[in-house]
Design a protein around this ligand. Sequence first.
Ligand code: ADP
Length: 292
Amino acid sequence: MTDHIISVKNLYHTYQSGPLQKAALLDITMEIERGSCAAIIGITGSGKSTLVQHFNGLLRPTSGTVAVDGVNVQARGGDLKVLRQRVGMLFQFPEAQLFEHTVYADVAFGPRRLKLSKREVRTRVLQALETVGLPPHTYAQRSPFELSGGQRRRVALAGVLAMLPKILVLDEPTTGLDADGRTEFYYYLQRVQQKDGVTVILVSHDMSEVATLADQLFVLHNGRLVMQGTPRAIFGQGNILHQWGLTEPPLSELLIQLHKQGLAIPLDVFTLEEALHALQEIETTRHEKENV
Ligand code: ADP
């Protein structure tokens, strides 16, 4: 039986700013499986941020329901507090919010506010730093401002992990990082998902990123959920995302072009390894035919 950590039913959200109303989400129904990585994709203004802000009660539905790990987000008081602890949010450029003198103090900031014992805070901070690949003996006492951009972002991630979230929501997590910083960030993110069983929700418009990381894609357009499926199912349908203003990962685009030109390459291939394998097979078949 599938275990849905998030269930959204007929969710509408309308922003009210003075006399103006802006319908940002319209009739969204979706489910996210526990322990999976889900990506919410869509062009700017499609409703991605509005949707994920419902997952920890930052926004309330105008109508419809959102249940997160058994808690209804319309809850108030105690339940809302529980919800905020269960759902860690990492917004864009989170390193801008690092302000303590040491990496340790920054990661400890959240757990300290939970009034945990000093020992418990310490355990959480050390574990979180290990998880994001910043060994405490080297990094804990350093200033976050001496670190590289990618390392600073991982300090911010450690700060969220130290709250022991069950769900991690990341809004465009690798924007502004160089290629190495991005690869490292993905590596540690996947580790969090696999090692700690955290459900990861990624808001992104980088199709290569979601092709590598996500188990399930949810495509938003003008506040509506217009498509959902695995990356394989969606990217395997050719240029289907163009109608929503999105483009396939560069690799998929290349394969679509080759396919159009008559190369018998399957279109549901979207990782480099699979593409190499498929091309090798084509080459072997051609070779065999030539030698008959
Ligand atoms: P995305 O994250 O996909 O860029 P958003 O959820 O930020 O989209 O925005 C969805 C729509 O809601 C957009 O039209 C945006 O202008 C509007 N919107 C977002 N935040 C507010 C707000 N605080 N007040 C009014 N309208 C908003």
